[in-house]
Design a protein around this ligand. Sequence first.
Ligand SMILES: [Ca+2]
Ligand SMILES: [Ca+2]
Length: 495
Amino acid sequence: MACAHDLRPLDILSEVVPTSGVRSGIRMLQVQGARGFQFSASARHALSFPASQIFLYCDLFPEEFSIIITLRVLSVPPKKNEYIFTVMKEEMTLGSQPPCTKNEKAQFWFNASRKGLYLCDGSAWVAMLEVKERLDYVEEYQNLMTNSETMGIEIFIIPKVGFFAATANRYTSPGSAIYKWTDGKFQSYQNIPTYQAQSWRYFTIGKKAFLAVANHREGTSPLFFLPAGHCDISLIAHLPPPSEACSARRDIAMDSMDGLHYVAPQKAPQKRDNHNINSVIYRWNPRTGLFEANQTIPTSGAYDWEFFTVGPYSFLVVANTFNGTSTKIDSHIYIWLGGSFQLFQSILTFGAADWEVFRIGDRIFLAVANSHSYDSGTVVPNNYYAINSSIYELNITAQMFVKFQDLLTYSALDWEFFSVGEDYFLVVANSFDGFTFSVNSIIYRWQGYEGFVAVHRLPTFGCRDWEAFHTTAGSYLMYSSAREPLSKVLKLKTV
Ligand SMILES: [Ca+2]
Ligand SMILES: [Ca+2]
């Protein structure tokens, strides 16, 4: 934007303040030698004027914001009506996020969707002015007919290629699907044969990108490799080796520690009723380019693995669902010590289906989705499914997670944490209330001392998984259904 030469000398106060003066909203301040006018925040619209009054020949200047530059001059001669204006830099870009490297240093970028002005500091865009958005309501945005019922969604970005969603679908043919975000919607991109797929994980090791799928029945959990710069998915490995057939995997956790990388699908049970089996931690061998078994961990119907770090420490948490007689069993948190994961803490869970790790400021939380409360040895409860799911907070002094809050859920299968503007939210996948799969999933807002408070009730059917994602056009939630071949994208409308 080359507007600097179009600037004319301007007395900004005469533009803002009517000749008759203003009665409120403006007052003069003097701090040592500097004198200025302070505009009250509530009256700022009354005191604003169109930017076109300054930028006479510039159509590009967005109406949504103004630039105010105040120069403090230490010694000002009395009664001198002079104001100095300058446009700091002539370059500005609109549209989606441009690169910010040394070449773009000191350039501006106006993000139209977030109504923010950003300055490139040579490596990252620094917010100069940002309208803080607040979640207003949720709107149905896209109905995505899926290949079959969908157990899990993974949303990922391949740099320079785009935005993708992988759905883990029930039926082998046509298998699971990859969708690409095109013209503001997810559109079919590729089908991949899977066997009652439970979940996908996208991860990178160095410059290599991978997609791993957890197959529930039959065969192995394949690992796919995505060559940099495009999305031609090619199979590179099977985990575990095909000899260990008849698997019951639910999930794969993938993260890096100390430059090493691990993947933890659940190992095959030998009998259908044997739920207590070892899960395997795989370690990436950069020399062979393959994952190799590193450690086994006893699990009971492990549904979900989550990896997280706290300062220099690495943790792995597993959601144990069922030991063959009861869902009221311990789920375990492990800490990485001396080359393997060691038990850190056990937490009683009720058919735990998911752990979600999230941070608010410097506080660290773990939320568990409890799916059902069943024990073959006790009296049948009124309802197996209307039970509490719990949030735990890490107490650094006590070196343990301590219960923070209970929330009533209906066969909860997934938690997803997300933020909008300065607010934090959790959405829970409620799947079944004991009678019907038509149950509301709930968005909770973080309200500090009150904890999480329900703010939105979203009708869902057999809800299995929630994912949150942001594009330059806004923020979205997507959910999958384990009961019908329909996933939905919802748009978060903000004010
Ligand atoms: Ca999880
Ligand atoms: Ca999820």
